[in-house]
Each structure stands twice: as structure tokens, then as C-alpha cells.
Design a protein around this ligand. Sequence first.
Ligand code: HEC
Length: 292
Amino acid sequence: MRSKISSFIMIPSILSVLIFMFYVLFGIDNSSYIVHPVTISFFIVIIILLFILDSIDNLIYRKKLKFLTEEERRKIIEENEGNYFYRIYKFLFHDPKKINQGVKKIDHGFDGILELDNKLPMWWMHLFSITIVFSFIYFFSYLLIDFSNPYKEYEISYKNQLKEIERFEKSMPQVTIENSSFNAKFVDSGKTLFEENCATCHKSDGSGNIGPNLTDDYWINIMEKDLFKNIFSIIWYGSKNNPTMRAFGQSGEIKGNDIQKISSYVYFINTKLKKPINHKDPQGKKIMNWNN
Ligand code: HEC
């Protein structure tokens, strides 16, 4: 008869296996199920059942002990000596008292070396079995459910990221015409946005195509006294004369913060950069006395 595994090892092990199964079945993202009252009561019931089973097991064990011979009982008591940790140590590694006892010896004969054919230690054997069990769980959960499926994981984190961006944009106050101003650090990102949204009609250097040249001093639309604000408001409200230049800001197509970046780029190419050699002919009035 084997000695019993103590309940303080058995119960937590069974519980961790159960929790692992939960994790495999439901995934980590909806971790709310862990604190759900149903889950908590489920685990409480399981713990109580495990304790009941353990005490029944204890009773049977003690009953059986009575029917053993003196010799067998002595062996079990010997096995159970020391505290739990010492016994686990003895179980996993070889019993230090019994090491090299009763081990098969292989005599090479010719070189005089005596080889001891020791048994593999328990920790090695158990680790090996655990890897086999684990590979089965992993393999089937990979095939049948979403657990550890990289595509699914990617999809979930991608969705979460989009939600995060949405939340961020909502909480982030957008620039309006009143508080907008030129900022040199936005020129680079403004350039990228300009190329995406405006270059088809104005060319990426702003020299003009369907739309007018944005790098000269001639302006069709004069809505503000300040050059930067004038650019911002044209992009926001569009052109009153020509619907081809649409109201990017008002329609919500481009957000205020991005319009500030694009306006910074347009302001930059209009005032700070060398004028392109090839450009569209001037349109509108020549204006030099902007407030800014
Ligand atoms: C579909 C073509 C088209 C697109 C896209 C477009 N524009 Fe225009 N844009 C025009 C036209 C056409 C005008 C001239 C409007 C007018 O005659 O009043 C114009 C005018 C302007 C003006 C005023 C020029 C002036 O002399 O009054 C600015 C500034 C401007 N666009 C910037 C932009 C920016 C920045 C973008 C990108 C967010 C953009 N445009 C996208 C066609 C376009």
C-alpha cells in the first residue's frame, strides 16, 4: 500500500488544473468570469467536495492500516517520516539513504569500470509525463477552440487597440479655428496628411493642379486677417465659390487636430520654403499685409 498524498498538496493541484481548464475554455480577455458569483460559488463547492473526499479517503486509509502486518506498517511509517517537504524531496529525487542501493551494476570487464544503472529521478519522469499531457491539451485546444490561436489573439488585440484609439480621440480636445496656431513641429506630419488628402488637387509641393497654387501670395478666398487662420478656415469650411474645395472640417472628414497639422504645412510651404519653379498661374488677389 502506498502512502497518501497530503491534502494540502492534492487540493491546490486539482484546483489549479480546474482554473487552467477555465482559462483554456474561456480565454483571458473575458476575465470577468473569474469574479462572477457563479464561478466563485462553483469553486467554493469544489473545495468543499474535495475536503469531504479527502476525509473519506483518510478514513479508508486508516481502516486499511489496521489490517496490515507489522512489517508493512513499519515500512509505511518509515516512508512517512520527516515533514512534507522532506517527503516531496524524497519522492522527486532519490531517497538519500537508499541511493545506489539495489541498483543494477553493469560490469564492462575489459576496462574495469563498473557502471551503475540508476533509475531516472522522479522529477525527470514526471516532467516528461507533464509535457506529454500538456502537448495533448495544447494541440486539441489549438485545433478546436480559440485558445492560443495567434490569428484570434491578433484579431482581439487589434479590436482592443481600435477601441483604445477611439476612446483616446474622444477624450482628446480637438483644435478649433479660435485656438489654432502655426506650429513648426507639425510640418512633417502635416506633409504626410497633405499628401494623403490634398495632393491630388494641389500637388504634393502645393504648386497647384485642379486647385490653385498654395505657395504664392495670391488668394481667392479671404476669410481671416491672419494667414494661418485663413488656411485653417478654408480647410474647415471649404470654398464658398467652388464646392470642389470641400468643407473637410465641417463634414468631419478631417479632425481639428489634423487640420492644424495640414495648415501648418501649407503655411510653411507658403512662407518659409523656396517657391516651386513649376506652378499654376496666380489666381485671386495678391495679399502681402497679413496680420501674421
Ligand atoms: C478635389 C480637389 C481638391 C482637394 C482634394 C483639395 N482641394 Fe483645396 N482647393 C481646390 C480648389 C478647386 C480650390 C479653389 C477654390 C476656389 O476657387 O475658391 C481650392 C482651394 C484651396 C485653398 C485656398 C486657395 C485660395 O487661393 O483661396 C486652400 C488653402 C486649399 N485649397 C487647401 C487644401 C487642402 C489643405 C486640402 C487637403 C485637406 C485641399 N485643399 C484639398 C481643390 C481641392
